[in-house]
Ligand binder design. Structure first.
Ligand code: ADP
Length: 159
């Protein structure tokens, strides 16, 4: 069975992430979408909230599981028996950062292979950060995030 992992902050999950998840789910028997618990990042949503959002937006995908982890991706992938790490690429900046991460992961965990999926052109300008920057001023985020999680974002900024 080919198991892949797609890790990220997903703070919040965007339509760009969801596109990568849907496409990767068709390439593997099982895809684990894993929220990285990063204590150094100031996040809008808790890890539990982000997992809940991912569960909501992936409920139509039978072979997708949602998890969270601390520490190194290579270690977590080894622990859950994932052989492939999926990453999304929007542009050359992503490529430079992702390629470095790939080289490091390869040193750390020989077993894991990385594959890059090119972002759809509709999602090239999307990031979690952009979505938060628009939402904080009450802008339209319909084209940025899945409809199901829009109310959770609006609620955060109303507080
Ligand atoms: P960040 O590093 O900004 O916290 P994430 O952790 O949310 O970003 O991103 C997880 C993965 O999803 C990375 O491989 C990233 O390149 C990819 N990604 C982010 N946004 C998009 C998008 N709009 N389209 C495709 N892939 C994306």
């Amino acid at each position: 069975m080919k198991k892949a992992i797609y890790a990220g902050s997903f703070d919040p999950v965007t339509l760009g992430h969801l596109d990568i998840i849907e496409r990767a789910s068709r390439l593997f028997d099982c895809l684990v979408v894993a929220v990285l618990e990063n204590p150094n990042k100031n996040s809008l949503f808790t890890v539990e909230e982000r997992k809940h959002h991912l569960e909501l937006v992936t409920k139509h995908l039978e072979n997708v599981e949602v998890a969270s982890f601390r520490g190194l991706l290579a270690d977590f992938a080894g622990a859950i028996g994932a052989d492939v790490a999926v990453r999304g690429l929007r542009n050359a900046v992503d490529f430079a950062a992702e390629y470095q991460m790939y080289l490091i992961n390869r040193k750390l965990g020989k077993e894991i292979e990385t594959i890059f999926l090119a972002a759809d052109e509709e999602h090239l300008a999307l990031s979690s950060t952009n979505a938060k920057e628009v939402a904080v001023f009450g802008g339209n985020i319909d084209f940025m995030v899945p409809q199901e999680i829009k109310p959770y974002i609006i609620e955060k900024y109303q507080k």
